[in-house]
Each structure stands twice: as structure tokens, then as C-alpha cells.
Design a binder for this molecule. Structure first.
Ligand SMILES: [Zn+2]
Ligand SMILES: [Zn+2]
Length: 299
């Protein structure tokens, strides 16, 4: 009887899981427009359609402000900031075209993922005016001008430049807070990305000063009704999603909307870790009735 009851529970859980819409607030990086991604944007969108996604925000990385802020692989390949800017503008054209082409199969939002460093905010505002994206994913990939997302070497360099691991976390969350206030992005990307190369992050996050900043930033997100990217890419490199469990629980307690972002960088990573992510959200009692990002009202 006990086993029958549990079989029923499993059956009803599976049934409920199939009713959950597949969406992504953050994804669609493609080899066509991003040096560290793969495949054409059209193939990536087709993969979303094949997997039954209802709606997807295509959120390519914004072009760098200058050569100094290129990702290391772009610099190595001698792609200039001017070239990357042109490529970014063609990304928008292509995204718009594909959005229309597949509009009867999937709802596409043409958006982009921001950078956060000196001068980036004014550049973001300029790009928003020029390109009229549907929304922004507000992300921080640099602290004190060093990319903390790229590899362990750059991360270590950022720790050394900033002075300590604690100082680096504090600067990360302060940069994020400034970005949140300046842009109020509809979606906040991989909230605690700073932990990517810190194996002891659960301990680091307990630091009082760091946790205070985490709560301050979440509080802003809650007050402005921004969406938190439940970033599934975290499973690949940092053992769990972004934001990590303690941050996620705090966000849910504050009533923040948490919505999956697969952060796909090619066909192979479309929708990956999706079921794993849903299971975690359901185990925490989080809503899986996903709100859409609030779109810009361009005039
Ligand atoms: Zn990327
Ligand atoms: Zn990112």
C-alpha cells in the first residue's frame, strides 16, 4: 500500500512536471555572434522549438566598450572592439528576422546581456536607444576591470588585484548594486557568478559583510520586481545553479520571481539541466508559473 501511494505520488509529480512551461530568460548565445559559443543563431532557435520551449529570451553578450574589455579569447583572436560592435548590431537584425520567421512556433524576445565596468552603463543606454531590445539581462563578468568568469587564472588575478577574496566578493556585489540601480534590468543574470572559481563559496557567502550585500541586492530586486535568472549553466562548472542554495532560499523568502535561464552557448546546451533545475525549484515550493520579463516600452 505504501509503495502504491508513492507510485501515485510519482505519477502525479510527473504529470505536474509536464504542465510546466519550458522557458528561458537568458540564453541563445551562438557561434555566429559570440566567440566562445557554437552554431548559428537559427540552429539554436530551432533547438528551442524542437524541445518545446514556449518562449525564450535571446540574450547575446553586448559588444565591449573598448579593446580593453574584450573577452580574453576575442583579444587572442584579434577581434577589435569596432568589429565586435558591428557584429553585435548584425546580431540584432538577425534576431529580429528569426523572431518573425518562427513566430508561429515560439515566442522570441530579442534582448542582450550587459557588462558591468567603468563606462559600461552609458554604453548600455546608448545600445538600448539604438537597438531597442525587448529587455536586458543585467550581469557582472568583471571586477576591477578583470574578467572573473573566464578561467581560474583571471579569477586569481582579480583576487590579487583586489587584495583578498573577501574584498573581491564585496566589490562584485557593490558593482552589481550600482548596475541594478542604474539599469533596473528586467532580468538579473547569474546573481552570484563571483563564486564560480571559489570551491569554498558556501563558507565565503557566510561572511557577514558579504551576506549583508547579498541581502541588500536581493532587497532591491524584490522592490523593483526584477526577475532572478535561475541559471542552469551553474550545474556544469560550479556544482549547482546560480544563485546557490542559500541565496536562492533568501530570494524566494523575499518573494522574488525566479525563472530558468539555460544560458545556452550553442545547440548542445539548449535546455540542458532543465529537469534538474525544475526539481530543485519544486522541492523548495517555488512557483513554476513563470512570469515574462517586463519589456521596454520604446517610443
Ligand atoms: Zn557567454
Ligand atoms: Zn553571463
Amino acid at each position: 500500500m505504501a509503495s502504491g501511494a508513492s507510485a501515485n505520488n510519482v505519477a502525479s509529480a510527473n504529470k505536474a512536471a509536464t504542465n510546466i512551461q519550458k522557458v528561458s530568460v537568458h540564453g541563445g548565445h551562438s557561434g555566429q555572434f559570440c566567440h566562445h559559443a557554437k552554431d548559428s543563431l537559427e540552429d539554436v532557435i530551432k533547438a528551442y522549438i524542437d524541445q518545446g520551449f514556449t518562449w525564450v529570451g535571446i540574450t547575446e553578450h553586448m559588444a565591449p566598450l573598448s579593446d580593453a574589455f574584450r573577452y580574453p579569447d576575442e583579444a587572442e583572436d584579434q577581434q577589435s572592439a569596432a568589429f565586435l560592435r558591428e557584429q553585435f548590431f548584425s546580431y540584432f537584425d538577425e534576431c529580429q528576422k528569426l523572431k518573425n520567421k518562427y513566430s508561429d512556433q515560439i515566442e522570441i524576445f530579442s534582448a542582450f546581456e550587459t557588462e558591468t565596468y567603468e563606462g559600461a552603463q552609458a554604453f548600455v543606454n546608448h545600445l538600448v536607444e539604438e537597438l531597442k531590445p525587448d529587455y536586458l539581462v543585467g550581469s557582472v563578468h568583471h571586477v576591477n576591470s578583470i574578467c572573473i568568469d573566464y578561467d581560474e587564472g583571471h579569477f586569481r588575478q582579480a583576487v590579487t588585484t583586489t587584495g583578498s577574496l573577501e574584498a573581491l566578493y564585496l566589490d562584485y556585489f557593490d558593482a552589481q548594486f550600482e548596475m541594478l540601480q542604474a539599469l533596473e534590468p528586467a532580468v538579473v543574470g547569474h546573481f552570484d557568478l563571483i563564486r564560480k572559481f571559489d570551491p569554498d563559496y558556501l563558507h565565503t557567502l557566510q561572511n557577514k559583510k558579504i551576506w549583508q550585500r547579498v541581502k541588500r541586492n536581493l532587497d532591491f530586486i524584490a522592490r523593483k520586481n526584477l526577475i532572478l535568472d535561475f541559471n542552469l549553466r551553474g550545474f556544469d562548472k560550479a556544482s549547482e545553479q546560480y544563485p546557490s542554495m542559500p541565496v536562492l532560499k533568501e530570494a524566494l523568502a523575499m518573494g522574488i520571481a525566479v525563472v530558468p535561464g539555460d544560458d545556452s552557448h550553442g545547440v548542445a546546451s539548449v535546455g540542458r539541466n532543465y529537469d534538474r533545475g525544475i526539481e530543485i525549484l519544486r522541492s523548495l515550493g517555488a512557483s513554476t508559473d513563470w512570469p515574462k520579463p517586463v519589456l521596454f516600452n520604446h517610443t
